[in-house]
Ligand binder design. Sequence first.
Ligand SMILES: Nc1ncnc2c1ncn2[C@@H]1O[C@H](COP(=O)(O)OP(=O)(O)OP(=O)(O)O)[C@@H](O)[C@H]1O
Length: 347
Amino acid sequence: MSLLQAAIEPLAFPVLIGDIGGTNVRFALLSDANAEPRSFPPVETRSYPDIETAIEENVLAHTSVMPRSAVIAVAGPVSGNEVDLTNADWIVRPHDIVERIGVADVILLNDFEALALALPELKDNDLHRIGGGAIETFCTKVVVGPGTGLGVGGLAHAARIWVPLPGEGGHVSFGPVEPDEFPVWRAIEPEHGRISAESLLAGRGIVRLYRAVATVEGSMPQLHSPAMITDAALSGTDPCAERTIELYARLLGRLAGDLALVLMARGGVYVGGGIAPRLIPFLERGEFRRAFEAKAPHDELMRGMSTVVITRESPALLGLAAFARTPNRFGVSLTGRRWKKAAVAAH
Ligand SMILES: Nc1ncnc2c1ncn2[C@@H]1O[C@H](COP(=O)(O)OP(=O)(O)OP(=O)(O)O)[C@@H](O)[C@H]1O
């Protein structure tokens, strides 16, 4: 335990852990501190009116184990007693989880903070390395993950504990850099009046990028979903889709490099989320790593930093499980993010 922070009161087992994404929800149960989590199949967020119904139908209906605590990661900033998911219709209310699910203790974390907690747990066979560089033990790590949104998080090692650095880095402004990108940018439809990294690199961004590439090339966009575009690119059946995903890989590499520079990520840049594992053949073509390293005068520094794609299923649950088992191994502040039953009843 660190002397720098008050000890986190341990959670009572069984612990329900959950990763609530804009598209998918994943749950698991941790029966005690030494057990492997029991995972339940992922389900779609939009199929349920609220998180309590999703827990009842996908966890409680399939087990006699009654969770006593819950640690839930949500795609959005956690503040106050209501968390509005950035890319889904749910509003997560810890008071409702306590009342309907019957747990006495609820902790809410940001989803990329949970993913950051998982990074030291990931083994070689959970990762696919792109390019060279090294992962230095106990150095700062960065995670960036395109999915429904674009999550970003960091993990620093300080005072012998791992400290997650949550943020909303997916919303940074994103401009053209290389000559062929300027006409594409002029053809991109802005989102919320601007072009952010998320507006191009999240799932919906693939469609936005594809339309812009088609406009520049003077062709009619034929494909209308991220999966259609990546499938066509991977199978080589649509040249415009192929150029789009080639550009996508470059832009993702550039953002990953910028984030690595900001935090000096000698501990590695991890690419998570649902999209990157599908695009590994494109990430390996060279543009991803070239753009990652093109940070003159720091190209050499960049060549020394490692980029890896997380290929393990539901990695955020791994981070939540590690936190639930040994919360004091991590410097996670729970101020305003933990709800206890007694306090909820008095509310
Ligand atoms: N084959 C595919 N190629 C590219 N994108 C895809 C593919 N299949 C699904 N997607 C997109 O991936 C996104 C879902 O990503 P992910 O599985 O990481 O979901 P999530 O965890 O719910 O997202 P988040 O945590 O970002 O809210 C959606 O935008 C979807 O359109």
